[in-house]
Ligand binder design. Sequence first.
Ligand code: LHQ
Length: 264
Amino acid sequence: MAYEQIAVRRDGSVVTITLNRPDKLNAMTGVMSDELLEVFTSVRDDDDARAIVVTGAGRGFCAGQDLTEFESAYRAGERPDIREHLEQSYHRLIPVVVSTPKPVIAAVNGVAAGAGVSLAAACDIRIAAEEARFTQAFVKIGLIPDSGGTWLLPRIIGYARALELSITGEVIDAETALEIGLVNRVVDGDALEDEVSGLAARLAAMPTAAIGETKALLRGAALLDLEAALHAEAEAQARMGQTDDHLEGVVAFAEKREPRFRGR
Ligand code: LHQ
């Protein structure tokens, strides 16, 4: 399938999605959002796709909403209906990224701004190039953090830091992002692709059904008390106990060999 604003590559069971508007730092348009939604939706049901990488072409990861999409309306003094725009794009895309039952890695190759930070935050693991920068740019144009920004960021870096970044719009570099836990690792820009493809391949070889359940449990646990979390764990563990991968894992351990997991 050919896409207009993203590129999709398959290496074995790893799917790499590249935001592909490098001249505009991969700013998000309606087309890009629809294309991402389509890939994430199709990968969800594809048993052979077992890890996903999201990255950007050129020197940006994603500069957030493409502000030129509304430019002529703004210049004419009009106030666009942002609610409708959000509901049509980010409200469909971000929950699908977050709930994808496969490991999703953001390879943050360059600047991430606004909804670009939300997209990275919706992924499970963020590996940043040294050149990466992050800004909750919304406030600089008189907006609040949308596209999940109020929900995702505090969960990753805590309330105080999320609030500070959100009300200042401060641009932070990759090292600072690492210090505050916004990214899991920072690597030399030239090493980013190898680092991420190695991690993605390792994750794709894991029991990915258990990874999907773990993601859902960790996400849901914040809303539960301990008793309810224990119950949810038992329900999921009962399902995992029935998988081929659980059997294979235990047998491989007993036989002192590497397990061969298949994601079911
Ligand atoms: C861009 C953009 C961009 C278009 C760089 N759009 N062209 C949801 C719903 C509805 C409305 C509003 O918002 C939202 C959610 C949001 O995401 S709001 C936040 C939107 N994003 C921003 O406000 C970030 C705007 N961009 C910037 O602040 C800077 O470009 C950053 C800090 C990202 C990077 O700065 P530089 O490295 O200095 O690059 P640059 O500014 O020179 O940009 C390079 C090119 O990319 C340039 O185009 P040009 O044709 O002049 O070379 C920019 O115009 C274009 N670009 N961001 N969001």
